[in-house]
Unconditional design. Structure first.
Length: 91
């Protein structure tokens, strides 16, 4: 993967994290950086799985994008399940 491809994966991963957040209802208290991190991990995982299953040929593939969004939604669900709930009180 080139530097340009890596930068594109990070930017698109952040967008995919936001799309994954839109698919998961509730829990608006998660920080944006956490959503971006989940999206970046999902983008790389989706690309890897698409290559393993032969869905991506190195170019843009709609199946690869769908797989990335589904993994981002699953990642956001997982992070939301383990992210501490905010009580609304400050010390």
């Amino acid at each position: 993967m080139t530097i340009g491809g890596l930068a594109a994966a990070v930017v698109l991963g952040a967008v995919i994290g936001a799309l994954g957040r839109l698919l998961v209802p509730g829990r608006p208290g998660m920080p944006v950086w956490l959503l971006m991190a989940a999206g970046i991990v999902a983008a790389f995982a989706g690309t890897g799985l698409a290559q393993v299953f032969g869905l991506g040929d190195g170019h843009w593939s709609p199946w690869e994008t769908v797989l990335q969004i589904v993994l981002a939604a699953a990642g956001v669900c997982l992070v939301a399940a383990f992210w501490p709930k905010q009580t609304g009180r400050r010390p």
